[in-house]
Design a protein around this ligand. Structure first.
Ligand SMILES: [Zn+2]
Length: 171
């Protein structure tokens, strides 16, 4: 087993220090109470950290990346002690990691499994791709209507520009 400390840059330029862990070790770190966020695409791991506001959290957080996954090839996992996310918080992940699974742990046991559900409206997460859109020129919250939940097609409430999962930028 080898461990190293890695500093990774998150969107908002805050740095967090992580200990890279291998699979065996991560499994050993049992969670008494909290949430395991599993099946995160490896390139979206830190976006998920950011969307859930974990970089500002006082919770004990274990982050692991590049685990073998049958479905994804590689995946990331985040374990958050003593934190239970609301459906609204979980739905924020739908635009970047719709296939994420959450396991709710109480007293070392999985008591509930949650999936990410694409909401009808996404507020304040995505940046509009239209430079002339009012949301890019005024300090305001973006609002997108979800046109197609399967493909992840979204439409800006203000200028009606459509965006898809592949091209969207986060606010
Ligand atoms: Zn717009």
């Amino acid at each position: 087993m080898s461990y190293n400390l890695k500093e990774l840059n998150i969107h908002n330029s805050k740095l967090i220090t992580l200990r890279k862990m291998n699979k065996q070790e991560l499994q050993v770190v049992a969670l008494k109470n909290g949430t395991v966020i599993d099946h995160i695409p490896t390139d979206k791991l830190f976006t998920v950290v950011n969307l859930l506001g974990l970089q500002n959290s006082d919770s004990n957080i274990t982050i692991g990346n590049n685990f073998e996954s049958k479905k994804l090839g590689k995946k990331g996992i985040i374990k958050v002690a003593d934190r239970f996310f609301s459906d609204e918080e979980i739905s924020r992940l739908s635009v970047v990691a719709p296939n994420v699974k959450l396991n709710i742990i109480r007293n070392y046991e999985v008591v509930e499994k949650k999936e990410v559900i694409m909401p009808d409206v996404v507020k304040g997460i995505i940046k509009c791709g239209n430079p002339k859109c009012i949301t890019n020129n005024e300090p305001m919250t973006t609002i997108f209507h979800v046109v197609d939940k399967t493909s992840g097609l979204l439409k800006c409430h203000y200028c009606e520009k459509e965006q898809n999962k592949e091209t969207l930028k986060l606010q």
